[in-house]
Design a protein around this ligand. Structure first.
Ligand code: UTP
Length: 402
């Protein structure tokens, strides 16, 4: 108990405010592998309540009176009481009195707690489905209406305030780095030519984000590409956005909200035609958490239709626990002899990590697929200034092709 007392003082002095609303204030102090988190719960309010999934948590009540809900059971709580919240238990704290209720939660370092997550964008694949276009230029640089695909992906990360980005590239992918870099010669030329609008756009791209690059020396699979981000990510949850997938509206913003609520890995999914399951990672759906959000029980990479556990396919947006790196580090090969991210997530689930599936209802354009690429350009063009002209043109050619 003495040790705890000391930490209380430390918390009040050094605690960093990580959450605040009309109900409570939460202050964290990080130790080596623990976080002490002081919650000041305002009179007659309660915490949001969530499933506690990462590890057992200890709640030490310091002052005030309240109740703690553990699973289905409510317990009285007051100064000096200590409760443990086992992994997987839904819990919530209520302040039943007129003063602030203070308690310290002690738990393993929650990865990424209170910080904005880092984003990893794998873009080192061969893009064989797009040969010969991709022989000398990256698939991720294919234009979708008026921008390269990868720019939409970076903008999606920035739209969710994920500014710290690692791009995994490889041989033949220099155009990606050049695209996000400055080009002083071009800038001077545009300035002299009085093309200020284009100049503004060009400069904006290079100022978009803090983009770091790492090379995947050999395209050994998506899991291997993600493994290259181990040092960049450290001990934190992180986002993965496939460099050849565009989502509208942003799928990342949706899975981030789910992650914040459940503090777990989250994978975006979409229902596909049964004959297409052989092209995707497919999940087995478990307990429903809320509409369209559920626990994933299992995953399989590119199954045959008769073996597929569902028609819910992984679409290329993930929030993952950094524990995935230990699994990827084993470099187990799966389907097509590649180190598959899907297999690593399966192992994560087997190690009792909670992985949540989210059925995304927005649009997903897989640019690695030719018809999806064409559709993306048409749809974006239809929404642009030249949309009406294109609409008329499409009507015209459709009538002449009937
Ligand atoms: P794909 O599954 O589309 O593979 O990768 P690919 O090699 O790019 O394309 P095909 O199948 O040969 O036509 C999905 C994303 O993962 C990246 C790709 O660059 C793409 O953005 N990736 C894939 C890597 O970064 N490294 C890999 O080893 C494989």
């Amino acid at each position: 108990m003495k040790a705890l007392k000391l930490r209380e003082e430390e918390l009040k002095k050094n605690g960093r405010l990580v959450k605040e609303d009309e109900r409570y204030e939460v202050y964290d102090i990080k130790m080596s592998d623990l976080v002490l988190s002081l919650t000041v719960l305002h009179p007659e309010r309660s915490t949001t309540g969530h499933d506690h999934e990462n590890a057992e948590e200890i709640y030490h009540f310091i002052s005030g009176k309240g109740e703690i809900l553990l699973g289905n059971q409510k317990y009285q709580a007051e100064a000096g009481d200590i409760f443990t919240v086992p992994k997987g238990t839904f819990h919530r704290v209520f302040n039943t009195c007129k003063e602030n209720l203070e308690f310290i939660a002690i738990f393993e370092v929650y990865e990424g707690r209170g910080e904005s997550l880092k984003a990893v964008i794998p873009a080192a694949g061969h893009g064989t489905r797009f040969l010969p276009i991709t022989k000398a230029q990256p698939k991720e640089m294919l234009p979708v209406f008026d921008k390269p695909t990868i720019q939409y992906v970076v903008e999606e990360a920035l739209g969710s305030s994920l500014k710290n980005i690692l791009m995994v590239t490889g041989r033949g992918k220099r155009a990606i780095e050049d695209h996000f870099d400055r080009n002083p010669e071009l800038e001077v030329y545009l300035e002299k030519a009085g093309k200020s609008d284009v100049l503004k756009e060009i400069s904006r791209i290079s100022e978009l984000a803090n983009i770091n690059y790492v090379r995947q020396k050999e395209a050994l699979g998506l899991g291997h590409a993600v493994l290259q981000a181990k040092d960049f990510v450290g001990n934190s949850y992180f986002a993965v956005l496939l460099g050849d997938v565009i989502t509208r509206p942003s799928c990342l913003s949706k899975i981030l909200k789910i992650h914040e609520k459940y503090r777990a890995s989250v994978i975006a999914l979409q229902e596909i035609e049964p004959q297409d399951v052989v092209k995707y990672g497919i999940v087995k759906k478990g307990r429903e958490l809320e509409n369209g959000t559920f626990i994933i029980e299992d995953l399989v990479e590119k199954p045959e239709a008769r073996e597929a556990p569902s028609n819910l396919a992984i679409v290329g947006r993930y929030i993952l626990s950094s524990r995935i790196f230990d699994i990827l580090g084993k470099r187990e090969k799966g389907k097509d002899g590649e180190i598959q991210l899907t297999d690593a997530i399966k192992r994560l689930i087997e190690s009792e990590e909670k992985v949540i599936g989210f059925n995304f209802s927005g649009k997903v354009y897989d640019i690695g697929n030719k018809s999806s690429w064409m559709k993306s350009s048409i749809e974006l063009a239809l929404e642009s200034k030249s949309g009406n002209e294109l609409r008329e043109y499409l009507k015209e050619i459709l009538s002449s092709h009937q």
